[in-house]
Ligand binder design. Structure first.
Ligand code: GCO
Length: 459
């Protein structure tokens, strides 16, 4: 393929999340988040790192915005820290917390950078966890209250909203495997109830945004969007990939089946066989619940990193487990490099849910350091992005309605349980000095943006 299919109004951006970059964990009246607490747990985070300071973005935001502006980045996806705004999760409002986001939004707009706000990217208020967290029947109301406070303050300037980031990771890694905050290992029954409550929270938040926002909002959600890839492009293998993504299997693995996470939000029902597969552990479902959680959205955000593959076997889809080994390419997360995810992901999700697609995250962790020449050379990242974006271009060329691409991440940052060990940024951060250095990939991305993707074809 030689032509660039990125449409004229395609949104190029970069993404971050509050706990991963802000620091100032104990400043200006911020309440505790579950991540503040989790990081104190022995062995929870690699090398005992924590987000107390992180990229100190709370104090360096002007510099970070200046760097974005220098790179001509038109859109910035960031999240708000719920406990910075409502230290107890509900009730008392911390004006200084809201003031920070005011300054951030104003500074972005001054530089013509469009803010894309995620309301919740995992730094849940500890005070609410102490009351029962997402298992509490009032948890959807708590999130609605938080949404109202934010919309009240920012919606005169912010138009682009995402309610939640990756409910799958937050719920599964946080409450099932215990790798992420709050570090719980709950029963399947509790997990299904948490999904249900989280989705009600999302629905109520969308309703609040639509009824209160002063500027007409564009509302979506950022989901784990890595598809299952077909082993070949035969119709049978393509069908196998679809089935593996969306159909429940009843083999004990269904808490990670994509259909379980997407269908309630976008089709207003749990996938076929839900009652049977999860008999005995089903959540309480009120008569209006499915309607509330499936509020119409303006776009579907997909975070896509890497994928597994299947082929069609005699009895349905068969996984092809071997994605690493034999020296295959991988990132420093040990994730295989599977660029076709940016073709099949948008295609499969657009086909099933018929919403415009935003790629809300894509990128890779690399072993980056500042070279003797003072620069950060990261050809792997440039190659990774080239390969992935060419696949996105293929999706666009076939009519998939993709509207945005947000690189994860603007800056190296706190990569959750991996601490500062995994660097995803276009900008290198020296955490000892807080010095920022633009990586080669930052300049490359800037050119890509300025040519609206055409530089992919004339590197
Ligand atoms: C995510 C997380 C990011 C991660 C990134 C790399 O949405 O999974 O949003 O916070 O840092 O995905 O693992």
């Amino acid at each position: 393929m030689k032509a660039s299919y990125f449409p004229d109004h395609f949104i190029w951006g970069v993404a971050t999340a509050s706990y991963q970059i802000e620091g100032a964990a104990y400043e200006d009246g911020k309440g505790l988040s579950v991540w503040d607490q989790f990081c104190k747990k022995e062995g929870a985070i690699l090398y005992g790192d924590n987000g107390d300071i992180a990229c100190d973005h709370y104090h360096h935001y002007a510099e970070d915005i200046q760097l974005m502006s220098q790179l001509n980045i038109p859109a910035y996806r960031f999240s708000l820290s719920w406990p910075r705004i409502l230290p107890e999760g509900t009730g008392h409002i911390n004006q200084k917390g809201l003031d920070f986001y005011d300054r951030l939004v104003d500074s972005l707009l001054e530089k013509n950078i469009t803010p894309h706000v995620t309301l919740f990217h995992w730094d849940y208020p500890q005070a609410l966890l102490d009351k029962g967290g997402w298992l509490h029947p009032d948890s959807p109301l708590w999130f609605e209250e938080y949404t109202r406070v934010v919309v009240e303050r920012l919606s005169d300037r912010v138009e682009h909203w995402m309610t939640l980031n990756e409910p799958f990771c937050h719920i599964f890694l946080g409450h099932k495997t215990g790798e992420h905050a709050p570090g719980f290992k709950l029963s399947d029954k509790d997990i299904l109830q948490i999904i249900h409550n989280t989705y009600l929270a999302h629905g109520r938040s969308v309703l609040a945004l639509r009824s209160l926002a002063r500027r007409k909002p564009r509302v979506g959600i950022a989901m784990v969007g890595s598809p299952v890839l077909p082993a070949t492009e035969s119709p049978e293998d393509i069908e196998a990939a679809r089935q593996a993504m969306f159909n429940l299997k009843g083999d004990g693995s269904d808490l990670s089946t994509i259909g379980l996470w997407f269908d309630p939000l976008f089709l207003g029902k749990y996938p076929e066989g839900y009652e049977k597969v999860f008999a005995g552990v089903l959540p309480d479902i009120g008569p209006e619940d499915m309607k509330i959680m499936s509020q119409p959205l303006d776009f579907l955000g997909l975070n896509i990193y890497y994928s597994g593959r299947v082929r069609m076997g005699k009895d349905g889809p068969e996984g092809i487990p071997e994605t690493l080994g034999m020296g295959r390419p991988r990132t420093t997360m040990n994730w295989p490099i599977t660029p076709e995810g940016l073709y099949w992901g948008p295609r499969f999700f657009y086909e099933r849910y018929k919403l415009p697609i935003y790629i809300t995250e894509n990128g890779m962790a690399n072993l980056d350091w500042v070279y003797a020449d003072g620069k950060v050379h990261d050809p792997q990242r440039i190659d990774f992005l080239t390969r992935y974006l060419l696949q996105l271009n293929r999706a666009l060329s076939e009519g998939v309605d993709v509207r945005a691409f947000m690189h994860w991440s603007l800056l190296d940052n706190f990569e959750w349980a991996f601490g500062f060990d995994r660097r995803f940024g276009l900008i290198h951060v020296d955490y000892q000095t807080q010095k920022r250095t633009l990586k080669d990939s930052a300049y490359w991305y800037s050119t890509l943006i300025q040519t609206n993707g055409r530089s992919l074809f004339n590197p």
